[in-house]
Design a protein around this ligand. Sequence first.
Ligand code: GDP
Length: 222
Amino acid sequence: MSEEKRSAIPGLPDIDDAAREIGRKFFAGPCEFVAGAASEESLIPVSLPEIAIAGRSNVGKSSLVNALTGRKTLARTSSNPGHTQQLNFFALNERLMLVDMPGYGFAKAPKEKVETWTALIRTYLSGRPTLRRVFLLIDSRHGIKTPDREIMKMLDTTAVPYQVVLTKADKISIPALAAVRTKTESELSSHPAAFPIVLATSSEKGDGMAELRATIAALLRD
Ligand code: GDP
């Protein structure tokens, strides 16, 4: 789809054409894999402003990173057996670091793995003054679940601003999407670090991508 096309998802923030164009251009620029960090020691030093993308495994995080950047395999180019457990840093236009956080919420994950993940994420979130916003992905069919609440609590305590993005919006009806958005916004209202507006996307159809790109590009100006 054309980037300028208005999204088929109702209720998204009304972003003007100029801002959409800035977002489109920004994400059409060079995007390079910089590093992966599987441990606290291997976190790269802060440099550019950062945004991070978080969510449960299977929420559609790789698909979203690829759709945002218009590259089919970006999130997988760094793929290796440890991929799901590492933070991957991508530099966009040498101006913004996009950080793909390891998926969480494996039902049967060993305790030790969960502890390693938690320590890494906590260290990352508490030591990143350049981190402008975390985009927390939530499957629009399921809404916020217990593992999401744990990371929300961590974001609230570390005072890292975050915004929820509902994924796979093409998989549910428009009224069902509106209902999950209302419910999500209502739950977020009691979270101090949460941004009140919930976005929605479909990586499959491209809906909501222009709004998300514009939102991210605007963070660089603020
Ligand atoms: P990750 O584990 O969070 O990185 O999730 P993936 O990006 O690998 O997606 C998990 C599954 O959901 C895959 O089968 C994707 O094809 C599917 N998926 C992801 N995003 C969408 C979407 O927007 N719409 C639909 N219909 N399926 C999606």
